[in-house]
Design a protein around this ligand. Structure first.
Ligand code: ADP
Length: 267
Protein backbone atom coordinates (compact mmCIF):
# COMPACT_ATOMS: atom_id res chain seq x y z
CA UNK A 1 0.00 0.00 0.00
CA UNK A 2 1.34 3.44 -0.90
CA UNK A 3 0.89 6.02 1.83
CA UNK A 4 3.58 8.47 0.84
CA UNK A 5 2.58 12.13 0.93
CA UNK A 6 3.22 12.72 -2.77
CA UNK A 7 2.75 16.46 -2.82
CA UNK A 8 5.42 16.93 -0.14
CA UNK A 9 7.94 15.13 -2.28
CA UNK A 10 7.16 17.05 -5.48
CA UNK A 11 7.79 20.72 -5.74
CA UNK A 12 6.53 21.02 -9.32
CA UNK A 13 2.83 21.22 -10.08
CA UNK A 14 1.57 17.86 -11.38
CA UNK A 15 0.66 18.23 -15.04
CA UNK A 16 -3.11 18.34 -15.42
CA UNK A 17 -5.31 19.80 -18.16
CA UNK A 18 -8.93 20.31 -17.14
CA UNK A 19 -11.42 18.51 -19.35
CA UNK A 20 -14.49 20.31 -17.99
CA UNK A 21 -15.42 22.01 -14.72
CA UNK A 22 -13.86 19.35 -12.48
CA UNK A 23 -11.25 21.65 -10.93
CA UNK A 24 -13.88 24.22 -9.88
CA UNK A 25 -16.16 21.43 -8.59
CA UNK A 26 -13.35 19.85 -6.57
CA UNK A 27 -12.33 23.23 -5.15
CA UNK A 28 -15.91 24.02 -4.09
CA UNK A 29 -16.30 20.59 -2.45
CA UNK A 30 -13.00 21.03 -0.58
CA UNK A 31 -13.96 24.52 0.61
CA UNK A 32 -17.30 23.11 1.82
CA UNK A 33 -15.60 20.20 3.68
CA UNK A 34 -17.54 17.73 1.53
CA UNK A 35 -16.02 14.39 0.49
CA UNK A 36 -15.55 13.78 -3.22
CA UNK A 37 -16.40 10.69 -5.25
CA UNK A 38 -14.58 10.67 -8.60
CA UNK A 39 -16.31 8.53 -11.16
CA UNK A 40 -14.82 7.51 -14.48
CA UNK A 41 -13.14 4.79 -16.48
CA UNK A 42 -9.62 3.55 -15.74
CA UNK A 43 -6.87 5.80 -17.07
CA UNK A 44 -9.02 8.90 -17.63
CA UNK A 45 -7.11 11.14 -15.20
CA UNK A 46 -8.77 10.65 -11.76
CA UNK A 47 -5.52 10.09 -9.86
CA UNK A 48 -3.75 12.88 -11.71
CA UNK A 49 -6.58 15.29 -10.84
CA UNK A 50 -6.26 14.43 -7.12
CA UNK A 51 -2.46 14.94 -7.27
CA UNK A 52 -3.00 18.29 -8.96
CA UNK A 53 -5.61 19.42 -6.42
CA UNK A 54 -3.49 18.37 -3.41
CA UNK A 55 -0.65 20.44 -4.81
CA UNK A 56 -2.98 23.38 -5.41
CA UNK A 57 -4.28 23.21 -1.81
CA UNK A 58 -0.73 22.76 -0.50
CA UNK A 59 -1.64 19.65 1.50
CA UNK A 60 -0.12 16.16 1.59
CA UNK A 61 -1.77 13.41 -0.39
CA UNK A 62 -2.16 9.91 1.04
CA UNK A 63 -3.08 7.46 -1.69
CA UNK A 64 -4.47 4.04 -0.82
CA UNK A 65 -5.06 1.51 -3.61
CA UNK A 66 -8.01 -0.46 -2.26
CA UNK A 67 -8.19 -4.24 -2.59
CA UNK A 68 -10.27 -6.96 -1.02
CA UNK A 69 -7.64 -8.06 1.50
CA UNK A 70 -7.36 -4.54 2.89
CA UNK A 71 -8.33 -4.28 6.54
CA UNK A 72 -9.56 -1.38 8.64
CA UNK A 73 -6.10 -1.33 10.31
CA UNK A 74 -4.48 -0.65 6.94
CA UNK A 75 -6.44 2.61 6.88
CA UNK A 76 -6.58 3.51 10.57
CA UNK A 77 -3.31 2.26 12.01
CA UNK A 78 -2.09 -0.44 14.35
CA UNK A 79 0.15 -1.18 17.29
CA UNK A 80 3.64 -2.29 16.25
CA UNK A 81 6.66 -3.45 18.23
CA UNK A 82 9.45 -0.85 18.31
CA UNK A 83 12.56 -1.75 20.36
CA UNK A 84 10.54 -4.12 22.50
CA UNK A 85 7.78 -1.55 23.13
CA UNK A 86 4.34 -1.48 21.59
CA UNK A 87 3.66 1.77 19.78
CA UNK A 88 0.65 2.98 17.84
CA UNK A 89 1.35 3.92 14.22
CA UNK A 90 -1.27 5.94 12.37
CA UNK A 91 -2.53 4.59 9.07
CA UNK A 92 -2.91 6.91 6.06
CA UNK A 93 -6.51 7.86 6.83
CA UNK A 94 -5.71 8.72 10.45
CA UNK A 95 -2.65 10.75 9.40
CA UNK A 96 -4.72 12.82 7.00
CA UNK A 97 -7.49 13.33 9.58
CA UNK A 98 -5.05 14.30 12.33
CA UNK A 99 -2.63 16.53 10.40
CA UNK A 100 -4.67 17.63 7.40
CA UNK A 101 -4.35 16.37 3.86
CA UNK A 102 -6.22 14.43 1.24
CA UNK A 103 -6.80 10.73 1.80
CA UNK A 104 -7.50 9.22 -1.61
CA UNK A 105 -9.07 5.78 -1.63
CA UNK A 106 -8.47 4.62 -5.18
CA UNK A 107 -11.01 2.05 -6.48
CA UNK A 108 -12.93 2.04 -3.21
CA UNK A 109 -15.40 -0.62 -4.33
CA UNK A 110 -12.56 -3.15 -4.38
CA UNK A 111 -12.45 -2.90 -0.58
CA UNK A 112 -14.72 -4.89 1.71
CA UNK A 113 -17.24 -2.81 3.62
CA UNK A 114 -15.77 -3.73 7.02
CA UNK A 115 -12.53 -2.09 5.90
CA UNK A 116 -14.14 1.17 4.91
CA UNK A 117 -16.81 1.40 7.63
CA UNK A 118 -14.68 4.03 9.41
CA UNK A 119 -15.33 6.56 6.69
CA UNK A 120 -19.03 6.89 7.59
CA UNK A 121 -18.59 9.24 10.53
CA UNK A 122 -16.00 11.17 8.53
CA UNK A 123 -18.33 11.76 5.62
CA UNK A 124 -21.19 13.24 7.66
CA UNK A 125 -21.37 16.52 9.60
CA UNK A 126 -19.35 15.04 12.52
CA UNK A 127 -16.15 14.66 10.50
CA UNK A 128 -14.91 12.36 13.24
CA UNK A 129 -12.79 9.25 13.20
CA UNK A 130 -13.28 6.62 15.85
CA UNK A 131 -10.18 4.58 16.71
CA UNK A 132 -11.65 1.65 18.59
CA UNK A 133 -8.32 -0.17 18.78
CA UNK A 134 -6.61 2.84 20.26
CA UNK A 135 -8.71 2.87 23.41
CA UNK A 136 -11.70 4.42 21.65
CA UNK A 137 -9.91 7.66 20.72
CA UNK A 138 -12.12 10.02 18.74
CA UNK A 139 -10.35 12.36 16.31
CA UNK A 140 -11.99 15.45 14.86
CA UNK A 141 -10.83 16.01 11.31
CA UNK A 142 -8.50 18.91 10.67
CA UNK A 143 -10.05 21.66 8.54
CA UNK A 144 -7.57 20.70 5.81
CA UNK A 145 -8.72 17.09 5.76
CA UNK A 146 -10.51 15.84 2.69
CA UNK A 147 -11.66 12.37 1.74
CA UNK A 148 -11.64 11.50 -1.94
CA UNK A 149 -12.65 8.14 -3.35
CA UNK A 150 -12.54 6.91 -6.93
CA UNK A 151 -14.83 4.48 -8.56
CA UNK A 152 -15.27 3.05 -12.03
CA UNK A 153 -19.05 2.71 -12.46
CA UNK A 154 -18.97 0.49 -15.52
CA UNK A 155 -16.57 -2.06 -14.17
CA UNK A 156 -17.54 -3.49 -10.81
CA UNK A 157 -20.27 -5.99 -10.09
CA UNK A 158 -23.54 -4.66 -8.71
CA UNK A 159 -22.92 -6.54 -5.44
CA UNK A 160 -19.77 -4.62 -4.77
CA UNK A 161 -21.34 -1.27 -5.61
CA UNK A 162 -20.95 1.54 -3.14
CA UNK A 163 -23.58 1.68 -0.40
CA UNK A 164 -26.27 4.24 -1.12
CA UNK A 165 -25.84 5.87 2.28
CA UNK A 166 -22.13 6.38 1.59
CA UNK A 167 -22.72 7.69 -1.91
CA UNK A 168 -25.29 10.21 -0.74
CA UNK A 169 -22.76 11.86 1.54
CA UNK A 170 -20.40 12.63 -1.28
CA UNK A 171 -20.08 15.09 -4.13
CA UNK A 172 -19.90 13.05 -7.33
CA UNK A 173 -17.57 14.42 -9.98
CA UNK A 174 -17.76 12.54 -13.23
CA UNK A 175 -14.69 12.37 -15.44
CA UNK A 176 -14.86 11.02 -18.93
CA UNK A 177 -12.25 10.86 -21.65
CA UNK A 178 -11.26 14.32 -22.92
CA UNK A 179 -12.45 15.87 -26.17
CA UNK A 180 -10.00 15.10 -29.04
CA UNK A 181 -8.31 18.53 -29.07
CA UNK A 182 -7.71 18.40 -25.31
CA UNK A 183 -6.54 14.79 -25.43
CA UNK A 184 -4.06 15.66 -28.21
CA UNK A 185 -2.70 18.43 -26.00
CA UNK A 186 -2.36 16.02 -23.06
CA UNK A 187 -0.48 13.53 -25.23
CA UNK A 188 1.84 16.20 -26.66
CA UNK A 189 2.57 17.66 -23.20
CA UNK A 190 3.29 14.10 -22.03
CA UNK A 191 6.06 13.73 -24.61
CA UNK A 192 4.19 12.37 -27.64
CA UNK A 193 4.99 13.86 -31.06
CA UNK A 194 2.19 15.92 -32.61
CA UNK A 195 1.53 13.64 -35.63
CA UNK A 196 1.47 10.54 -33.45
CA UNK A 197 -0.87 12.27 -31.00
CA UNK A 198 -3.40 13.07 -33.74
CA UNK A 199 -3.39 9.48 -35.05
CA UNK A 200 -3.57 7.89 -31.59
CA UNK A 201 -6.43 10.12 -30.45
CA UNK A 202 -8.38 9.17 -33.60
CA UNK A 203 -7.76 5.48 -32.90
CA UNK A 204 -8.78 5.94 -29.25
CA UNK A 205 -12.00 7.68 -30.26
CA UNK A 206 -13.03 4.91 -32.66
CA UNK A 207 -12.36 2.20 -30.04
CA UNK A 208 -14.41 4.19 -27.51
CA UNK A 209 -17.29 4.49 -29.94
CA UNK A 210 -17.71 0.74 -29.55
CA UNK A 211 -16.40 -0.43 -32.91
CA UNK A 212 -15.12 -3.62 -31.23
CA UNK A 213 -17.96 -5.12 -29.23
CA UNK A 214 -17.11 -7.20 -26.18
CA UNK A 215 -14.18 -5.21 -24.80
CA UNK A 216 -14.36 -4.80 -21.02
CA UNK A 217 -12.50 -1.53 -21.16
CA UNK A 218 -11.68 0.89 -23.95
CA UNK A 219 -8.43 2.65 -24.86
CA UNK A 220 -7.69 5.15 -22.09
CA UNK A 221 -5.66 8.32 -22.24
CA UNK A 222 -3.00 6.38 -20.33
CA UNK A 223 -2.72 3.72 -23.05
CA UNK A 224 -2.57 6.36 -25.80
CA UNK A 225 0.29 8.13 -23.99
CA UNK A 226 2.14 4.82 -23.60
CA UNK A 227 1.78 4.07 -27.33
CA UNK A 228 2.96 7.59 -28.20
CA UNK A 229 6.03 7.19 -26.03
CA UNK A 230 6.94 3.93 -27.76
CA UNK A 231 6.62 5.74 -31.11
CA UNK A 232 8.91 8.50 -29.86
CA UNK A 233 11.44 5.71 -29.18
CA UNK A 234 11.37 4.43 -32.73
CA UNK A 235 8.46 1.97 -32.92
CA UNK A 236 5.93 2.22 -35.75
CA UNK A 237 2.31 3.21 -35.10
CA UNK A 238 1.23 -0.39 -35.60
CA UNK A 239 3.83 -1.84 -33.24
CA UNK A 240 3.23 0.77 -30.58
CA UNK A 241 -0.57 0.57 -30.72
CA UNK A 242 -0.47 -3.24 -30.63
CA UNK A 243 1.87 -3.28 -27.63
CA UNK A 244 0.34 -0.48 -25.59
CA UNK A 245 -3.34 -0.54 -26.62
CA UNK A 246 -4.48 -3.88 -28.11
CA UNK A 247 -2.37 -6.09 -25.80
CA UNK A 248 -3.37 -4.54 -22.48
CA UNK A 249 -7.06 -4.31 -23.49
CA UNK A 250 -7.72 -7.98 -24.20
CA UNK A 251 -6.38 -11.54 -24.24
CA UNK A 252 -9.29 -12.76 -26.34
CA UNK A 253 -8.01 -13.89 -29.75
CA UNK A 254 -10.98 -12.59 -31.75
CA UNK A 255 -11.17 -9.25 -30.02
CA UNK A 256 -7.45 -8.88 -30.38
CA UNK A 257 -7.65 -9.60 -34.14
CA UNK A 258 -10.43 -7.01 -34.44
CA UNK A 259 -8.34 -4.42 -32.66
CA UNK A 260 -5.29 -5.16 -34.80
CA UNK A 261 -7.37 -4.83 -37.98
CA UNK A 262 -8.60 -1.47 -36.71
CA UNK A 263 -5.06 -0.35 -35.95
CA UNK A 264 -4.09 -1.26 -39.55
CA UNK A 265 -6.75 1.07 -40.93
CA UNK A 266 -5.58 3.99 -38.78
CA UNK A 267 -1.88 3.98 -39.41
P1 ADP B 1 -7.04 7.02 -13.42
O1 ADP B 1 -6.67 7.39 -12.01
O2 ADP B 1 -8.36 7.59 -13.86
O3 ADP B 1 -6.95 5.53 -13.70
P2 ADP B 1 -4.67 8.52 -14.12
O4 ADP B 1 -4.94 9.78 -13.38
O5 ADP B 1 -3.63 7.62 -13.56
O6 ADP B 1 -5.99 7.69 -14.40
O7 ADP B 1 -4.31 8.96 -15.62
C1 ADP B 1 -3.54 8.14 -16.46
C2 ADP B 1 -2.51 8.99 -17.15
O8 ADP B 1 -3.16 9.76 -18.17
C3 ADP B 1 -1.83 10.00 -16.24
O9 ADP B 1 -0.64 9.49 -15.71
C4 ADP B 1 -1.56 11.17 -17.15
O10 ADP B 1 -0.33 10.94 -17.83
C5 ADP B 1 -2.65 11.09 -18.20
N1 ADP B 1 -3.79 12.00 -18.06
C6 ADP B 1 -5.10 11.63 -18.10
N2 ADP B 1 -5.90 12.70 -18.03
C7 ADP B 1 -5.09 13.78 -17.94
C8 ADP B 1 -5.33 15.20 -17.85
N3 ADP B 1 -6.58 15.67 -17.86
N4 ADP B 1 -4.26 16.02 -17.80
C9 ADP B 1 -3.01 15.51 -17.82
N5 ADP B 1 -2.71 14.20 -17.90
C10 ADP B 1 -3.73 13.34 -17.96
Amino acid sequence: MSAAPLSEAKSNTPFYIATGREVEAFQAAYNSCLPVMLQGPTGCGKTRLVEYMAHRFGVPLYTVSCHEDMTASDLLGRYVLVDGNTEWVDGPLTKAVRDGGICYLDEIVEARQDATVAIHSLTDHRRELFLERKGGEVLRASKDFSLVVSYNPGYQSVLKDLKTSTRQRMVAIELGFPEPDIEEKILIESGVEADSAVALVRLGAVIRRGSITGLREVASTRTLIAAGKLMAHGLSFKEAATLAIAGPLTDDIELRAGLEALIDTYQ
